[in-house]
Design a protein around this ligand. Structure first.
Ligand code: GTP
Ligand code: MG
Length: 445
């Protein structure tokens, strides 16, 4: 996805990091590389200039915080500015305890009907009872298309092919599904062009009659910076509560579309990355930029640096860097993670893991963390210091003492071993570098 933008940004960063000293000339060159990459992705020129000017100014003026060198500081600045350009982090809140109604808007072919299916799948998987309404009376075969997609996803469809008034269908569909106890009703509408006043009128009437919780605008990512005008025009006709940018798979101009939408102040909640119902992701600018820059770990590192500043146990750091790891160190790592708020940031430190975490996995990881903590607390001081001593009878005793199963205990031991060998191997390099910086004067590793 967005391969050319990614490679453009990454080569700019690589060139910056390759400089021995970062002086004004190096920063100027970096800014020019950035401009080239962003303009190629069809980001609006004014936006490009404003974002790169901020990067340049901050790179020259700001001093790196303790634990971060100048080059990494500049990458961090880029990260923050791109994150801001794309609108930061936001999540769509459709409570499962309520009955939410969503109306899809968007011009012909933007991907509304496909997105109805993707959204239905997304929420059905999370336990929502979803119903979709075929209120497109404009396109021949629209009902059949929606029925096919709904069949794949396994959600109910409301349609009425004798009724020609889309507003009436939308109203009736909404009523039917609300009465049936659905907690998410998604209404598919006709493709409409902003010039076609009759269709804009239809959209306003659907909005005023149906009173949806959310008007979700679908924009084709291949149109690039044009997305700005499209989003603005729709918003004028009917209040847009959120945006889905589709076709970001292979869309060279996708970056431009995302930036343009960010500039309208509307929130991008989801992106479409292919034709299949699963080619769909929640959009988080922070994660997205991390992926673009190929360093999903950066934010986690920065957060950790902030958290542990001044509060590092030097001895523990030294032990960990030498490849020795007691259960207490292991627990300390967990607690560090707890303080930061989520295990995700640690996982992001591991190259290849960034951005791939599903929230189910995350919940599982956090649950494990609670279990392991109680297990470690049931160990003796000796067992914590030398976990190699954990034989079968000890495992049994610890399981009983902590109220967990022996399997849980064995899992913890296995995970401890893995972590320990990771600390020693190349994959632990980021972690060791981080620890070294956080630990200041500590050497080795
Ligand atoms: N590659 C790719 N294709 C997509 C994506 N989303 C939709 N499409 C394709 O775009 C085309 C149009 O999608 P539809 O969902 O029918 O668009 P629509 O907005 O409902 O169109 P109208 O009902 O005519 O207004 C279809 O061929 C979809 O398969 C996406 O994220 N990636
Ligand atoms: Mg359609």
């Amino acid at each position: 996805m967005l391969d050319s933008l990614r490679s453009g940004l990454q080569s700019a960063v690589k060139r910056l990091l390759g400089n021995d000293i970062v002086d004004e000339a190096a920063i100027r060159e970096f800014v020019r590389d950035l401009q080239r990459a962003l303009i190629q992705a069809d980001v609006n020129v004014k936006l490009v200039l404003s974002v790169t000017e901020s990067v340049r100014k901050r790179a020259l003026e700001e001093r790196p915080p303790p634990g971060l060198d100048r080059k990494n500081q500049i990458v961090k600045i880029l990260y923050e500015e791109l994150d801001k350009l794309l609108g930061g982090d936001q999540e769509l809140k459709l409570e499962r305890t309520r009955q939410s109604v969503v109306v899809m808007l968007g011009i012909q072919g933007s991907g509304k009907t496909t997105t109805v299916g993707k959204l239905a799948r997304f929420y059905a998987k999370r336990g929502y009872k979803v119903g979709v309404v075929a209120a497109d009376t404009f396109r021949p075969g629209a009902v059949t298309q929606l029925r096919t997609i709904a069949g794949v996803v396994g959600v109910d469809v409301y349609s009425d092919e004798k009724e020609k008034d889309s507003v009436k269908i939308a109203e009736a569909g909404r009523r039917t599904f609300v009465e049936a106890g659905k907690n998410l009703v998604i209404i598919d509408t006709a493709g409409r062009h902003k010039e076609e006043q009759s269709l804009l009128d239809e959209m306003s009437s659907i909005y005023s009659k149906v009173r949806p919780d959310l008007n979700l605008l679908v924009i084709d990512g291949t149109i690039g910076q044009q997305a700005f005008n499209q989003a603005a025009a729709f918003h004028k006709a009917s209040p847009v509560g959120g945006i889905v940018v589709t076709k970001l798979d292979g869309a060279a101009k996708g970056g431009g579309a995302l930036a343009a939408v960010g500039a309208t102040g509307s929130k991008v909640f989801f992106i479409g990355t292919g034709e299949r119902v699963d080619d769909f992701e929640e959009f988080s600018a922070t994660r997205f930029v991390g992926r673009l820059l190929g360093m999903g770990d950066l934010k986690a590192l920065l957060d950790m640096a902030k958290q542990v500043e001044g509060g590092v146990d030097q001895k523990a750091v030294q032990r960990m860097m030498s490849g020795k790891l007691t259960m207490d160190d292991f627990l300390l790592q967990f607690e560090q993670v707890n303080k930061i708020g989520s295990l995700k940031k640690i996982l992001d430190l591991i190259p290849g893991a960034s951005g791939n975490m599903k929230s189910e996995d995350l919940e599982k990881a956090e649950r494990n963390m609670r279990i392991w903590k109680s297990i470690i607390q049931a160990m003796t001081a000796e067992e914590r210091a030398v976990p190699e001593k954990l034989n079968a009878p000890r495992v049994k005793r610890i399981a009983q003492g902590s109220g967990r199963t022996e399997k849980d205990v064995r899992e913890l031991v296995a995970r401890y071993r893995q972590t320990k060998s990771m600390m020693k191997s190349g994959r632990g390099r980021e972690m060791r570098q981080f620890l070294r910086r956080a630990g200041g004067q500590v050497s080795g590793g």
